[in-house]
Design a protein around this ligand. Structure first.
Ligand SMILES: [Zn+2]
Length: 237
């Protein structure tokens, strides 16, 4: 299985990777999250959890090194940016909790999250618009999309370049909460591109889509075990 996938990686012109919930700690986009939630969520990423997730991204980077790849992630833990993966190859449309947003327009409303946000109780206000800083993460009240739009536009340009190319699609740990961002569009991309192959890696929902059964392979693994085995197999070649 992993030998076959490594051959697919080698032979592909381009590799599209989607990374979802199984590679992060549980996060509910349907809830509104207050400061207390965010502090607890942040603290639940202890050193062990962080290094497990960062190692996963580093293993993926090593497995894909030299390839023309692009990664979409719905995860908001921002840990992909602490790995060796080149940020120019990443779009995170649901945001990044290590970036802060206020209500200043567009890019002015996005900044690095001050460390005090996680440690202290008092609100941190933007000196210009006077709103309290909060993580730049998708939510129903207010979401400053300029945090991800540049990379999202780059992704769509990259995607146009996959037409008629031998495209390998790897969907890793994507469940159904944000399926309009990865699961559904990735299936459509593979349906349209007859040269594309789809690997669905998922511990809980590895089901194959009937229309794609000839070009779809299912691997029932969690992202961490999957990336370990992939990188180990590559090293042993
Ligand atoms: Zn502001």
């Amino acid at each position: 299985m992993f030998e076959k996938l490594l051959n697919e990686i080698e032979e592909s012109d381009m590799v599209l990777v989607g990374i979802g919930e199984e590679a992060s700690l549980p996060f509910d986009f349907n809830e509104t999250h207050d400061r207390q939630f965010w502090k607890q969520y942040h603290d639940s990423y202890d050193e062990e959890e962080n290094s497990k997730i960062i190692s996963f991204y580093n293993a993926m980077e090593q497995a894909l090194s030299g390839k023309n790849y692009f990664i979409i992630t719905t995860n908001v833990d921002g840990l992909i940016h602490q790995s060796k993966i080149n940020p120019i190859r990443v779009a995170a449309p649901c945001g990044n909790m290590y970036k802060a947003q206020c209500h200043c327009p567009e890019n002015d409303g996005i900044m690095d999250m001050p460390e005090d946000f996680w440690k202290k109780d008092e609100e941190i206000k933007c000196p210009k618009c006077n709103t309290s800083l909060e993580p730049n993460v998708f939510n129903k009240n207010y979401y400053n999309e300029s945090g991800y739009l540049k990379q999202w536009n780059l992704y769509h340009k990259w995607l146009q370049g996959t037409l008629n190319k031998k495209l390998l699609v790897m969907e890793i740990g994507c469940d159904f909460s944000m399926m309009s961002l990865i699961r559904l569009p990735f299936e459509k991309i593979v349906m349209i591109n007859q040269k594309a192959v789809f690997y669905r890696i998922n511990q809980r929902f590895p089901q194959i889509t009937a229309e794609l059964k000839d070009r779809m392979i299912s691997i029932q693994e969690n992202p961490f075990a999957f990336a370990d085995k992939l990188w180990e197999t590559k090293k042993s070649r």
